[in-house]
Design a binder for this molecule. Structure first.
Ligand SMILES: O=P(O)(O)O[C@H]1O[C@H](CO)[C@@H](O)[C@H]1O
Ligand SMILES: [Mn+2]
Ligand SMILES: [Mn+2]
Length: 400
């Protein structure tokens, strides 16, 4: 029967989205954004030399068809990826009207987002008085800080000291459908922050805001502020069953690795394993060793996006890709006969692009365990085809 491992490299887009012009970073449309393509070009030109050097080395992903996928997606040819093919590949195009994590993951899991998300469009004064009053009442405080679009690290640097003085939470958003609350773990309290987010989430979800995100941090004005790994996403529930539900309903085991549990509101998984990306790679290796026949493992590696993409750190992103490639090569080598691993992404986050937001892009779909081939017409498929493909491999019915 075999097993399936669906692995999302968060934000590792390959350009070419036909609707990129409808998505923006500030004033600039995402037309031409290409996360992997532009990182590879920067590396080849010697512009990504911090902590690494030279051409982007992704031998395992390249053998699975990364070069062919980029070329199909965006027309770009990356010399470093020009190696003999051993995998099955495609470039996937998204239809959901959002370039964020839930939109990408839901559609990859078979559910294109069936509504328009609510975005907070004003970059300053983003939240209306009613919402602010709701947050204040839920938190038992007089006011909030922030109330704007901002990168999360910059806003705690700018408002952390004031937050410590006033005890008011820092509320901010981005080009995504998110309401984020940053608060000091010791001054405001971690449990209090998580409870506040959980309490206000139903109101925001009812307005089709995709996620309320708790962004705890520690530190001081003198020593600097730093976010902790205790981030928690309170995401709107998918309105219909998705891949993990289908597999579970067929009596199979399902495992979530990383933030997958949060993205699907903990629905459809027998077990959720979390940690930093390095820890997640160990979890994935353990599951490749131990997961039962017929099972689904759905993993997300978030640091490409959260640590490097949003920070527009090209060298760091390249390092993370090279680390991932080496590690995943060793994990793939442990797969059993009949297993497949599908490596894909949920959106772009081009670190050479303007702004600090995600970028609308196509994504690679690279399959290990099937031999050499291509999916779709000339290598083009939709995000939702990934779910159908994985379900088909497991012999699980896709509900109509
Ligand atoms: O800049 P930080 O706080 O990391 O926020 C980013 O993370 C959010 C959720 O992934 C995105 O919408 C973007 O705003
Ligand atoms: Mn994402
Ligand atoms: Mn992100």
């Amino acid at each position: 029967m075999g097993r399936a491992f669906l692995v999302v490299m968060d934000s590792v887009g390959i350009g070419g989205a036909p609707d990129a012009g409808s998505f923006f970073n500030g004033e600039l449309p995402d037309t031409g954004a290409n996360t992997l393509g532009h990182i590879a070009q920067a590396c080849a030109a010697g512009r990504a030399e911090e902590g690494r050097s030279g051409a982007l080395k992704l031998p395992h992903l390249a053998r699975l068809g990364l070069g062919a996928a980029i070329k199909a997606a965006s027309g770009l040819e990356i010399e470093a990826f020009n190696v003999p093919l051993e995998g099955t590949w495609a470039a996937a195009t998204e239809v959901s009207k959002g370039k964020d994590t839930p939109s990408g993951h839901w559609e990859l899991a078979g559910l294109p987002v069936p509504w328009e998300w609510k975005f907070f469009e004003r970059t300053e004064g983003s939240f209306d008085a009613e919402l602010i009053a709701h947050v204040c009442a839920a938190a038992g405080i007089e006011g909030i800080l922030g109330n704007c679009h901002a990168p999360g690290t910059a806003i705690i640097e700018g408002l952390g000291a004031e937050h410590m003085r006033s005890g008011w939470p820092i509320c901010y958003t981005s080009a995504d459908s998110v309401f984020q609350i940053a608060a000091h773990e010791e001054i405001f309290g971690l449990e209090r922050l998580l409870k506040l987010c959980a309490d206000i989430a139903p109101t925001l979800h009812a307005q089709k805001v995709g996620r309320v995100i708790a962004r705890p941090f520690v530190g001081s004005a003198d020593a600097g502020f730093v976010r902790t790994p205790n981030r928690r996403d309170f995401a709107i529930m998918p309105p219909r069953p998705v891949l993990s539900n289908w597999v579970q309903a067929a009596g199979r085991a399902t495992f979530a690795v990383g933030k997958i549990g949060d993205i699907f509101s903990m629905q459809g998984f027998d077990e959720v394993r979390k940690g930093t990306d390095a820890v997640l790679m160990d979890h994935l290796g353990d599951l490749v060793r131990d997961a039962p026949e017929g099972s689904l493992t759905f993993a997300n590696f978030v640091e490409f996006d959260s640590v490097f993409g949003h920070r527009r750190d090209v060298s760091g992103y390249a390092c993370a890709l090279e680390w991932f490639d080496a590690e995943i090569g060793a994990v793939i080598a442990q797969m059993r006969e009949g297993d497949i691993m599908v490596l894909t992404a949920d959106h772009g986050n081009d670190p050479t692009w303007a702004g600090t937001d995600h970028t609308r892009e196509r994504v690679p779909v690279l399959v290990a365990g099937l031999g050499t081939g291509m999916l779709g017409a000339e290598g083009h498929i939709g995000f939702a085809d990934v779910a159908a493909f994985v379900a088909g491999h497991l012999g699980v019915e896709v509900p109509r």
